[in-house]
Design a protein around this ligand. Structure first.
Ligand SMILES: *[C@@H]1O[C@H](CO)[C@@H](O)[C@H](O)[C@H]1NC(C)=O
Ligand SMILES: *[C@@H]1O[C@H](CO)[C@@H](O)[C@H](O)[C@H]1NC(C)=O
Length: 234
């Protein structure tokens, strides 16, 4: 009985939308294979984008935090921390953000892009770093490949162990518009959910050594979920 319950998410992963609000993906070891693919609710081209997620890692080398490829452009939307105080945000072209030194803790990252102006924003733990401009007027095609845990150097593949993610990822959300700073706060507290990718209704597929584990934490805001808030309130 218990075995069936444990296996169910793996069997249904590719088919069903799952509420992951109390879960994390655990990437236990560096590999050139282990990853999770995410499928958006609706296939559509994107001009304005917001992506948010939480991560927890000991890595000090470069790693891929979120990799979205389109055919012909493997770095259509890539968040690639390079070192503990440099984040690169790549929309085919690279923008490097100097960030505060990290402590070993859960971290909430949001990245936005507005095609009309090209303005990109990087938010870490609710702090907005100085904005930059990239790929004004561009469009991200509707046929995307979204990967957690690896950097795609081809559409859906071309992984490099030296850029693999090791640690925990949770609360991945994506929108086809730019969130306001107030909405951004709502994401951190768990009230605002993605309309393009929604962690509370996630269509995902695990490939290789990645585990779904319960979210184990936490008194602080940094890994709140809507469910935890309800239980605290109740
Ligand atoms: C993107 O956002 C801008 C506001 O900066 C808006 O004018 C534009 O219509 C939006 N584009 C799409 C495709 O929604
Ligand atoms: C990964 O890094 C190691 C050590 O620097 C290097 O020897 C190896 O060639 C790299 N692998 C790839 C696939 O880049």
């Amino acid at each position: 009985m218990k075995l069936y319950i444990l296996l169910l998410p793996f069997i249904m992963g590719a088919l069903a939308y799952e509420d992951m609000s109390d879960k994390v993906f655990l990437f236990p070891a560096p590999t050139a294979s282990a990853h999770v693919t995410l499928k958006p609710a609706i296939k559509k081209s994107l001009q304005n984008v917001t992506m948010c997620l939480r991560s927890y890692t000991e890595l000090t080398r470069e790693y891929s935090l979120f990799s979205m490829a389109v055919s012909g452009a493997d770095n259509a939307f890539l968040i690639l921390p390079e070192s503990p105080n440099v984040y690169t945000f790549i929309l085919q072209e690279q923008s490097a953000f100097k960030t505060d030194p990290e402590t070993l803790a859960w971290k909430h990252t949001c990245a936005t892009w507005d095609s009309t102006t090209g303005v990109i924003q990087l938010w870490i733990n609710g702090k907005l770093y100085p904005r930059k401009v990239s790929k004004k007027g561009a469009t991200i095609g509707a046929e995307t490949s979204i990967v957690l845990g690896q950097d795609q150097d081809t559409f859906g593949g071309g992984f490099n162990i030296n850029q693999s993610f090791v640690g925990e990822i949770s609360d991945v959300h994506m929108w086809d518009y730019n969130l306001t700073p107030d909405e951004m706060k709502g994401v951190i507290s768990g009230h605002v959910k993605g309309n393009h990718i929604n962690w509370n209704s996630l269509n995902y597929e695990i490939k290789g050594n990645v585990l779904v584990q319960p979210k184990l934490c936490c008194k602080s805001w940094d890994c709140a979920s809507s469910k935890q808030e309800e239980s605290i309130a109740g």
